[in-house]
Design a protein around this ligand. Structure first.
Ligand code: F6R
Length: 266
């Protein structure tokens, strides 16, 4: 795992966008794992801009979202399908049939989860998985005590998650209490993971996930097991991290990051 610190939330979103851009141009038929949530809106807005202004194409890309609420019609404005259509899919050249989310309206939810896993495998597995972290340490909707080898399945949401996400519903009491989510094992199978974490409110959970022990209490800590995981954070989120000098050194000195460093002004 590596932690990359950027000065602001905008700079962190810009770097994550640049990483997706780089991956997509290198492999136009990229299988891209996507997250929703407030943090990701800045990334999707930038991807849309790059599509419009810099020819970034999603035509051959296939996407798999991490999660979807159970029992919420896809047309509901608070569904993750609506979120993705609104923030990304409707504004880029991705064919609708290439976009996938778990089917939270399926009559047989367990079968829908198995089918989701099969579909990811049929596409060759996820090349690049975008992630955010919840206040309770979740990635996707892998709430505390999710098995570190779990696959796509139904999960009950924690009160912390309900508190975090219910303001996004016109009537907060209508937020579903269950969701379908890729498992931690599903996420760890991705060839590359990139987690974006911004804001002082995430500082404590970020430190637990990155520098604490690997524990099912903080699902994101399982990313320490991944061979190629980058965590991109803003200054505000670093408040509780210990090894920030090392993280800064990595970004300033490792050749991999040279294309992403600000060019010195003449
Ligand atoms: C949702 C997802 C979640 C969010 C997390 C952060 O698809 O993957 O793990 O990334 O809850 O959400 P925000 O960005 O709203 O704080």
């Amino acid at each position: 795992m590596e932690v990359i610190i950027q000065p602001t939330a905008d700079a962190a979103a810009e770097l994550v966008t640049a990483l997706i851009d780089q991956a997509l141009r290198a492999k136009p038929d990229l299988v891209l794992g996507l997250a929703t949530g407030r943090t990701m809106e800045a990334v999707y807005a930038r991807l849309v801009r790059r599509h419009r202004e810099q020819g970034l194409s999603f035509k051959r890309c296939r996407t798999f979202n991490l999660d979807e609420y159970v029992g919420l019609p896809v047309g509901d404005p608070a569904s993750y399908r609506s979120y993705m259509n609104h923030n990304l899919f409707a504004h880029v050249d991705i064919p609708f049939a290439h976009t996938h989310l778990p089917d939270g309206m399926a009559a047989d939810l367990a079968a829908a989860c198995d089918e989701y896993e099969r579909c990811i495998s049929k596409c060759g597995g996820i090349d690049f998985q975008l992630l955010g972290i919840g206040n309770d340490g979740h990635i996707g909707f892998n709430e505390p005590l999710s098995a570190l080898q779990s696959r796509t399945r139904e999960k009950a949401l924690t009160p912390a998650t309900v508190k975090q996400n219910s303001p996004l519903f016109a009537d907060p009491s209508r937020m579903p209490r269950r969701a379908l989510t890729m498992g931690i094992g599903t996420i760890l199978d991705a060839r590359r993971c990139v987690m974006l974490v911004t804001g002082a409110g995430k500082a404590s959970v970020l430190a637990q996930a990155v520098e604490g022990p690997i524990t099912a209490m903080i699902s994101a800590s399982a990313l320490q097991l991944h061979p190629h995981c980058t965590v991109v954070v803003d200054e505000a989120a670093t408040a509780d991290l210990k090894a920030t000098d090392y993280y800064r050194w990595i970004f300033e000195n490792e050749p991999e990051w040279a294309p992403f460093r600000a060019k010195p002004k003449n």
